[in-house]
Design a protein around this ligand. Structure first.
Ligand code: NAD
Length: 234
């Protein structure tokens, strides 16, 4: 065993939300490369289908389905389809997310409600329906792993990210509670949150641009350099 075998996922079934592009698409690619069958879900059908085609072309097993994470009935149907298509449900990556980059004084209540719907309700519904399916006696019934994509902004204070940071802090706490509850109940389900720094995706590009406008930085490169400098590995 070269150590990499520990990370094989042959025979496992994974569902990734917001998997059409960015961190979600890369998560789907890596899960498939490790041997998992992956259901990629998103609200961007065309991009999502391209992502699954690329995974299949590289020898992986993947399918695409629309899933708006804010809609509970779509979660129920998606979990059903995951088990029906691939014969199980072992890994959920709750990755779908949106951002608001604004001073709190300029953030409308509707914007706060919308980001909470996607980033918090979406993760709550994902955890809920994954637990129902993965726990003993559930539709899949063999335990599993739930991975919630939070953010470093869910742990530290960041200017112009109060709405976003509140949602990511909520994800961090929800994750801990789901984890200890599943442990206490002996469900065989782990629940962990990941707190990335800045990863260059469509979301981050928009974050850089808004940051430049808000701070009056001379160039986008200056903004990127400032963020690069606070990441331990650059
Ligand atoms: N990029 C970063 O620097 C960074 C840092 C920390 C955390 N994150 C988190 O990582 C996750 C992915 O971010 P990304 O940078 O890849 O962003 P992205 O915008 O490239 O991708 C997000 C995906 O989520 C999808 N999505 C949005 N609303 C949805 C909904 N209601 N239902 C289903 N899908 C929906 C989008 O269509 C998109 O495909 C997010 O939760 C984000 O908050 C990103």
């Amino acid at each position: 065993m070269d150590g990499k075998d520990e990370f094989r996922l042959d025979g496992k079934v994974a569902l990734v939300t917001g998997g059409a592009r960015g961190i979600g698409a890369e998560s789907a690619r890596v899960l498939a490369a490790a041997g998992a069958s992956v259901l990629v879900t998103d609200v961007l059908s065309a991009v999502g289908k391209e992502t699954t085609e690329a995974i299949s072309a590289a020898g992986g097993t993947a399918a695409y389905r629309d899933l708006d994470v804010t809609r509970e009935e779509e979660w129920v149907a998606t979990v059903e389809e995951t088990v029906a298509t691939f014969g199980g449900f072992d890994v959920l990556v709750n990755n779908a997310g949106i951002e608001v980059v604004k001073e709190i004084a300029d953030t409308s209540h509707d914007e706060f409600r919308r980001i909470t719907a996607v980033n918090v309700d979406g993760v709550f519904l994902g955890c809920k329906h994954a637990v129902i399916a993965m726990r003993p006696g559930g539709r899949a019934g063999r335990g599993g792993s739930i991975i919630n994509i939070s953010s470093v902004a869910g742990m530290i204070g960041v200017p112009w990210l109060s709405a976003y940071g509140a949602t990511k802090g909520a994800v961090r706490k929800l994750t801990k509670d789901v984890a200890v509850e599943c442990g206490r109940l002996g469900y065989g389900i782990r629940c962990n949150s990941i707190h990335p720094g800045v990863v260059e995706t469509v979301l981050a590009e928009s974050f850089f641009r808004k940051n430049q406008a808000l701070t009056g930085a001379a160039s986008l490169d200056d903004v990127k350099s400032a963020f690069t400098a606070v990441h331990p590995i650059g």
